[in-house]
Design a protein around this ligand. Sequence first.
Ligand code: KIV
Length: 289
Amino acid sequence: MSTTFQLDTATSRANPTPAPMKRLTVPAIRRRKKDGVTVEPIVMLTAYTARQAQLLDAHCDLLLVGDSLGQVIYGLPSSVPVTLDMMAAHGAAVVRGSYHAVVIVDMPFGAYEQSPQQAFESAARLLKETGCAGVKLEGGAAMAETVAFLTARGIPVMGHVGLTPQAVNLLGGYNARGRSDAEADKIVADAKALDDAGAFAIVIEGVVEPIAIAATQAVACPTIGIGGSALCDGQVLVTEDMCGMFDRVPRFVKRYADLAGLISGAAGSYAAEVRARTFPGVEQTYQPK
Ligand code: KIV
């Protein structure tokens, strides 16, 4: 069987981890913040595929299999239609492609909000089928009981407050949160409720900077900002956004590469060579001996 590229299965979860590399753990991430101080900021990026995980793994403390894959991979209008099947398939691929970072898989909309029991069933399925170390779910105080329920049953939970994209129909869009006093107070209270419930970390998305800082100072667990503040305990971005795959990105994204330009350029060169019959060349063809 021929493949277009070789997966290094020696470094996947299915095979022994090469010594001396050991996968980071959720408790190790949680311990990064001690007495309100995080000396070494936590690095998280999204990953959806095995190859992407391989490329990101050595640089990251956490890989998030985000439900943003709905828009990024599947071209969906929001993360609302994303299913547990999709998260399980991509989560397993990312675990196979990594051996260093902690892999966290998003719980998709509709898979956890109904009850702590529903959340446990969904989260247990993700842990069993993917080998991930924990799950992320959106929502603040309303989800505290669920976070406590999962944590007490051996499932590490990352919270997510502020701009919660699964609630786009309620929020009416993806604007920054925390501009009114009431909204700001609620975001900090939500973060505290998740922290008290046992979340090992909390994503703070799309909030005005002073609120990201206030929430970070208010909780014992690490916060991971996206459109928050450099003073959060860590940062996350959608990898395709920061690699320049899309023309339109939120204000909080910094582009570190122009992958769209590279891919488009490569496709253009290929197309030109096919049309000119200069590809395939001698090196890419098989000749009789
Ligand atoms: O789905 C996702 O990618 C996320 C991050 C943006 C935090 O939740």
